[in-house]
Design a protein around this ligand. Structure first.
Ligand SMILES: *[C@@H]1O[C@H](CO)[C@@H](O)[C@H](O)[C@H]1NC(C)=O
Ligand SMILES: *[C@@H]1O[C@H](CO)[C@@H](O)[C@H](O)[C@H]1NC(C)=O
Ligand SMILES: *[C@@H]1O[C@H](CO)[C@@H](O)[C@H](O)[C@H]1NC(C)=O
Ligand SMILES: *[C@@H]1O[C@H](CO)[C@@H](O)[C@H](O)[C@H]1NC(C)=O
Ligand SMILES: *[C@@H]1O[C@H](CO)[C@@H](O)[C@H](O)[C@H]1NC(C)=O
Ligand SMILES: *[C@@H]1O[C@H](CO)[C@@H](O)[C@H](O)[C@H]1NC(C)=O
Ligand SMILES: *[C@@H]1O[C@H](CO)[C@@H](O)[C@H](O)[C@H]1NC(C)=O
Ligand SMILES: *[C@@H]1O[C@H](CO)[C@@H](O)[C@H](O)[C@H]1NC(C)=O
Length: 455
């Protein structure tokens, strides 16, 4: 009987725990932390880890002009100041010229493991089964398995194609005098009972939308810890935070730990408790065809920013105001977004000028025509907004973001600038930009001057 019980427990264990990721503090180099991946698949012949995992590089072996000569280091060879970047797949040679660092080994029948030291940061990952070239192993090739025991933040299954974990900073091993790569502002707040907000997904009525159901669209929402607990009906400042091309409203939480960053911004007094809505700009209507997350062989056009703006103005903004205790005027409303979401933020700046007083253009993939003297003469309010333009030093939109800044400079529109020193067009850059947007820009007194953000 007893033996049977143990066997059953083992059976339950093996059938229930198919995968695990353990972040272990080691108190030794090279980073002070190791991460153990364990994944059970009895039919697999080879398992790589991908889904956002990247090799590391450093600032002396990275350029924004050509990815061909960038250093690509295995995390076992970590040196302080190393960071991870996205290497677009065409630039990454196939094996045997380049060996993908994240390859699992079979430690027992069907049990696959991989252990490596990792530095501070948020990492997204998925298991790539029987697939030989990680950058090409996507959901559509049928070889990508999402960790069943660490599911992503998402509304409906298929909205995300990777899970994520975070590794803390350990200054003893990761401090670099040249570059700060400490992402601990995105860790869970140390006092959850006081400062941990809630994050969830929500559906709203959006006629014409084709996802997640006909005439229903969705978003992610962060409600600060005190929301619903304060006496009377307080209304909270409201930040809309958009994803970029190929993404959706679950990205900012699943890939960027938006809720932790907000908890910490509020906890440290950089901003008052704020509600954040992360909308989705695909599948608002059927015009471009259905967008399927992570499917590289099924591309749909990026919806034009002015069409997205008009749709949000008609359905999303009124719905959010009607269902949450959020503020009702521009002075406590902001719109920010990354990449094509930065284009959307710029669209809101130009064409929803009276709706928002704060705008964050993170790695914006903007193009001319930009605002000019006649637009400013027509809409003087463009001069009195709280703006951040931010991009990475190695970001492929660097020239576009600079051109946007030049256009703002030419008409005298002031903004806060952030060039992320380890930044490619990637999540570590956008975490950094959201953090500094909170510290330096959100809800600061208008108009901005040279002293704004220096306190
Ligand atoms: C094992 O890998 C195959 C792909 O070869 C996949 O279809 C299957 O879902 C995987 N099983 C588990 C338990 O992840
Ligand atoms: C990866 O995909 C690209 C685009 O489909 C293709 O050109 C390339 O040959 C693939 N590389 C490998 C190693 O399979
Ligand atoms: C990805 O798109 C291709 C081409 O449209 C389609 O055949 C395939 O079923 C899609 N895969 C997934 C997982 O949605
Ligand atoms: C939103 O609607 C979809 C489709 O009906 C459903 O699967 C999902 O659970 C809903 N999400 C929420 C948060 O209600
Ligand atoms: C708070 O709002 C609810 C519904 O919106 C209303 O019924 C209630 O009277 C309000 N309470 C106060 C104190 O204003
Ligand atoms: C905007 O709304 C906030 C919060 O409801 C309020 O404190 C503030 O006075 C309002 N400002 C204006 C200009 O109406
Ligand atoms: C703003 O609206 C105008 C007129 O509808 C449109 O031509 C333009 O593309 C929109 N966006 C920007 C950034 O100017
Ligand atoms: C300013 O921009 C508008 C819209 O793009 C354009 O029609 C106009 O010719 C520009 N004016 C000047 C003075 O460049």
């Amino acid at each position: 009987m007893r033996g049977y019980g143990i066997a059953l427990a083992a059976l339950l264990l093996s059938s229930e725990v198919l995968a695990s990721v353990t972040v272990r503090k080691t108190d030794r180099g090279p980073t002070g932390y190791e991460v153990d991946f364990r994944y059970v698949n009895t039919t697999a012949k080879r398992v790589l880890i991908g889904g956002g995992m990247q090799p590391f590089t450093d600032q002396f072996h990275t350029t924004g002009t050509s990815y061909r000569f960038n250093g690509r280091y295995d995390p076992h060879d970590y040196k302080p100041g190393d960071f991870y970047v996205s290497n677009p797949s065409p630039q990454l040679p196939a094996e045997p010229a380049y060996k993908w660092p994240y390859e699992m080994t079979q430690s027992a029948e069907g049990v696959w493991t991989y252990t490596a030291p990792f530095p501070s940061g948020i990492y997204s990952f998925a298991y790539l089964v029987n697939c030989n070239y990680a950058p090409n192993c996507s959901i559509d090739t049928g070889h990508l398995v999402i960790d069943p025991d660490l599911p992503p933040f998402q509304n409906v299954p298929g909205d995300q194609v990777s899970s994520s974990f975070q590794v803390p900073f350990d200054a003893r091993f990761q401090f670099s005098p040249e570059l700060n790569t400490n992402f601990d502002y995105a860790l869970d707040t140390p006092d959850p009972h006081l400062h941990r907000g809630t994050v969830q997904t929500a559906n709203y009525t959006s006629p014409g939308s084709i996802h997640p159901a006909p005439d229903v669209h969705d978003f992610g929402i962060y409600l600060p810890a005190e929301y619903g607990r304060s006496p009377g009906n307080k209304s909270y400042p409201l930040l809309y935070l958009s994803h970029g091309a190929g993404g959706n409203g679950a990205d900012w939480e699943n890939l960027g730990r938006m809720s932790h960053i907000l908890d910490n911004l509020i906890r440290l007094g950089h901003i008052p408790p704020t509600v954040v809505v992360t909308p989705s700009f695909y599948n608002l209507d059927a015009s471009g065809g259905r967008f399927i997350y992570g499917n590289k062989s099924h591309s749909v056009p990026i919806p034009p920013a002015d069409a997205v703006r008009q749709n949000f103005e008609k359905y999303l903004f009124p719905w959010v105001e009607a269902h949450y205790d959020v503020c009702r005027n521009a002075s406590c409303r902001a719109f920010a977004g990354l990449s094509m979401g930065g284009v959307l933020a710029y669209e809101m700046f130009v064409n929803a000028t009276d709706t928002f007083d704060y705008y964050g253009m993170f790695s914006p993939a903007t193009n001319p025509p930009y605002v000019n003297a006649s637009s400013v003469a027509e809409t003087p309010a463009l001069m009195r907004k709280g703006i951040m333009v931010a991009y990475g030093l190695y970001d492929f939109v660097f020239p576009q973001a600079r051109a946007l800044q030049e256009a703002l400079d030419a008409v005298g529109i002031r903004y806060i600038n952030r060039v992320t020193p380890f930044g490619a067009h990637y999540w570590n850059t956008w975490l950094d930009e959201l953090w500094w947007f909170g510290v330096k820009v959100l809800w600061k007194d208008l108009p901005f001057g040279v002293e704004t953000g220096r306190k």
